[in-house]
Design a protein around this ligand. Structure first.
Ligand SMILES: [Zn+2]
Length: 351
């Protein structure tokens, strides 16, 4: 008897809408996550009061757990202590990328269901089984239980700094380069490609290509695409469909140059460089257009770093994800060649 279907872990409730934060209590009850509102609410530092004002009326029994810092492993460990001191139906994380990653990690470690409420759209961690946290100055990715529910408040997303939304766009666009790396690995090393995961990740990125930034429709599509990317990772059982050489370069920038840009800006530059280095002219034209339209960086200078900084990151990048085969492992860049390669890239991408 052949296997006729498979089960993929996905959130049981997803709501992308205006006013999601105000309606948190009924959304939790409708999703059968918490009928009485006995939840722990993890918020970023300094945001507790503001968020409390919006949700306190509907969730009088919620316990607020503000992160002490900006979402490091240590901040998450502190939150875990507080989660273990009480009894909760679920953990609700409210905020942007770093807060949600720390809250997702804390909930997973405490063995509690997690509800992600996004007020900005900075990365594809919303619905993913991965949390990216800093520890001792380095960022690392941890496998975690994916969220039980994902709510995106479009009113808050619209008011968020434009760099945050751009970062989300960059993270989604980088799927196309990550998928090309995955295909390359299939051709060169025989690594299997999960067609469903690839299809979800590609659809997420393709949906954004025709859209100009600014409208609520665009923000809703971006939220959908980030959620789909997370589900693609759950389907694959790894970050593979959304993370290739683009992300290796970003991890190296985090480690060597203290994250010079937001995650999505770094992976956008990484995706453009990787696509050029893969000699994929068609995809390069598509990505270049999109990166320009959304004001994302195409050169090291536009990210605020020197070519020498970028050279260090390119040399370090393959070491950041041992075992992951991308164009950087296929066409290895030597220390002697790296400066010339970057000069050629900058000429090609700006001409
Ligand atoms: Zn990413």
């Amino acid at each position: 008897m052949p296997l006729l279907s498979r089960i993929i872990t996905t959130p049981i409730a997803i709501e992308v809408r205006r006013g999601a934060l105000e309606r948190l209590a009924p959304l939790l009850a409708d999703g059968q996550i918490s009928s009485g509102g006995k939840v722990a609410v993890i918020v970023g530092p300094g945001r507790g009061e503001e968020v409390a004002r919006e949700i306190r009326g509907g969730l009088p029994d919620a316990t607020f757990v503000p992160l002490r810092g900006s979402g490091s492993v240590q901040d998450a460990l502190q939150a875990i202590e507080e989660l273990r001191a009480g009894w909760f139906d679920a953990v609700v994380g409210i905020g942007g990328g770093r807060t949600l990653d720390a809250a997702k990690y804390a909930a997973s470690m405490a063995g509690l269901p997690f509800v992600a409420v996004a007020t900005t759209l900075t990365n594809d961690g919303l619905a993913s089984p991965v949390a990216s946290l800093a520890s001792a100055g380095r960022k690392a990715s941890y496998g975690v239980t994916p969220p039980l529910a994902v709510f995106v408040d479009i009113d808050h997303v619209r008011d968020a700094p434009v760099e945050h939304t751009r970062s989300g766009v960059g993270d989604v666009l980088s799927n196309l380069s990550a998928l090309a790396d995955w295909e390359l690995a299939r051709e060169v090393t025989g690594e299997p490609v999960d067609g469903l995961a690839a299809s979800l990740a590609r659809s997420a990125a393709d949906a954004l290509l025709p859209l100009a930034p600014g409208s609520d429709r665009f923000l809703t599509s971006l939220a959908d695409s980030l959620i789909l990317s997370g589900i693609a990772m759950s389907a694959a059982g790894s970050s593979r469909p959304c993370s290739g050489a683009c992300h290796e370069i970003s991890h190296a920038l985090d480690a060597l140059h203290s994250s010079p840009g937001l995650h999505g800006a770094q992976v956008a530059l990484g995706a453009l460089f990787a696509t050029w280095w893969r000699r994929d002219e068609d995809l390069l034209a598509i990505l270049r257009d999109a990166v320009e339209r959304h004001g994302l960086p195409a050169t090291p200078e536009q990210l605020g770093i020197t070519n020498a900084d970028f050279a260090e990151a390119l040399l370090e990048a393959p070491r950041t994800r041992p075992g992951r085969f991308t164009v950087l492992e296929h066409r290895v860049i030597s220390a002697d060649a790296v400066h010339g390669v970057i000069e050629d890239y900058v000429v090609a991408i700006t001409s």
